[in-house]
Design a protein around this ligand. Sequence first.
Ligand code: PBG
Length: 326
Amino acid sequence: MAFPATRMRRLRSTASVRDLVRETRLGPHDLVLPLFVEAAVSGANGRRAIASMPGVDRLSISAAVQEAGAAHALGLPAVLLFGIPEHKDAEGSGAYDDEGIVQLATRAIKDAHPELLVMTDVCLCEYTDHGHCGLVRADGAVDNDASVELLARTAVSHARAGADIVAPSDMMDGRVGAIRAALDEEGLVDTPIVAYSAKFASAFYGPFREAAGSTPAFGDRRAYQLDPANGDEALREALLDVQEGADVIMVKPALAYLDVIRRVKDATRLPVAAYNVSGEYAMVKAAAAAGALDERTAVIEMLTSIRRAGADIVITYHAKDAATWL
Ligand code: PBG
């Protein structure tokens, strides 16, 4: 039946009826807060600002413990840790050092807030002096299989330090299977893997690289991260990671890839995470500061859209603000 029997506006007429028929819910329990922990920063007030990301700082371990506590108090289920080591080298040895910055921060956060989930980013780019996500061969290419071994070592080291969930973001082939096997061999059979399966070579990682000092010293990441033009290829990556034992599939960035989120959700039926990345955050902050949009409304709209597209979990630097508003 069409108009006038059908009036779509009937279900939009009041806030209560809109609330009743809302299809997508967004709450603090859907959101994960990324934290940058930096070895060179110390003290309870130890914070170092990130110019393009107002409201996000690089933290000392004790500041990270505080920030994690604040996240937990707001109802966020998890934080995602990134480490910035004191020294970087060609092999990214800080990544799989049992006394590395992420390992130390994980122990400290789990001690203070045992119920908060600690998820760790597993990659070499924050730890290598060349900024690539794996080992670089003499010819300048990133060596897939040798990198996978170090990534598996890193994941085991994080899990041994108490990480509840490991999240490989390097985009090497076969790393999810290798990490699963390495964890299982250590008896860490219950540590889930959130695989950054569909991670695109994106301009939107710019502020993160400033924060982590991980801009590649030469070349770019297009020989391992996905071409933004390719949706079918993203799906193949996701399906392969499912075969290799991924527990959750991640799509990243989120806003320019909502179609990929939906396709991955439909094809895998696994829990899907979407990463609302640093550049997406920086855009909103800059536009809000310029008076071009209302930050609160824009953030809720974006996070809701990411959920509507099919994401069960949204990783976002807006998590604390959003949790306060919701
Ligand atoms: C590490 C990694 C990156 C991000 C998450 N893990 C950077 C990159 O691939 O260059 C980006 C996160 C963000 O932009 O917020 N490989």
